[in-house]
Design a protein around this ligand. Structure first.
Ligand SMILES: [Zn+2]
Length: 209
């Protein structure tokens, strides 16, 4: 079996700012500071699991209006045509723009959904002690952090379209109410990935030694 020793099990903690390895008494009641830069030391992010759950649940709630309400409204010759994210994908497919349809579908629907599910699986593994491979869980977390930056693509597409189309007087494109909800979902899942402490994935493995 792999020999895993955590800094915490050896009475140490890494400074979150300058990464100096410091002596650390594992008691959150005692305020301990990094001797080099003065940052408060924590062996794990404080209340990481609870905060991540709170952000994830809020993100999941925002994901509903993001998909049910129109994300953009196209006004042409007095006619307003609202379009949801999925409606937009269908329209793109009808116009034969399969590449862009695939990008919008993956960036706006698949990525946020997989991020939510991925973080929920990691949280349940930590809380319920699911026997999932810690290496695979860490890879999944790395993937969640990496793909997060691409999910704002949809908002950029609308902003770009609106800027381009609004140059002409015939048609106008405006962001719909779902754009705010979608933006919130993306930001909240990003924050959830940041508040999640990936070291928690390994704590159980250290405990098994
Ligand atoms: Zn420091």
């Amino acid at each position: 079996m792999m020999d895993i020793r955590s800094a915490r099990s050896l009475g140490m903690a890494s400074c979150s700012l300058c990464h100096k390895l410091c002596r650390f008494v594992d008691d959150d009641e005692i305020a301990q500071y990094c001797p080099r830069c003065g940052t408060r030391l924590h062996s794990r992010y404080p209340n990481s699991v609870v905060r991540t759950w709170a952000l994830l649940i809020t993100a999941a709630i925002c994901f509903l209006p993001a998909n049910l309400y129109p994300i953009m409204v196209v006004s042409q010759l007095g006619n307003d045509t609202p379009s949801t994210i999925f409606g937009g994908v269908v329209t793109l497919v009808h116009h034969g723009a399969y590449g862009i349809a695939a990008v919008v579908f993956i960036a706006s629907l698949v990525v946020p959904f997989l991020k939510l599910i991925g973080l929920v699986i990691l949280l349940i593994k930590i809380q319920r002690g699911w026997h999932l491979n810690a290496n695979q869980c860490t890879s999944m977390y790395r993937m969640i952090e990496f793909i997060g930056r691409w999910s704002m693509l949809d908002i950029f597409v609308i902003a770009l379209l609106a800027a381009l189309v609004n140059l002409g007087a015939v048609a106008r494109i405006e962001a719909g109410p779902a754009a705010t909800a979608f933006g919130l979902t993306v930001v909240l899942t990003m924050l959830a990935a940041m508040t999640f402490d990936p070291r928690l994935i390994w704590d159980k493995e250290v405990g098994d030694e």
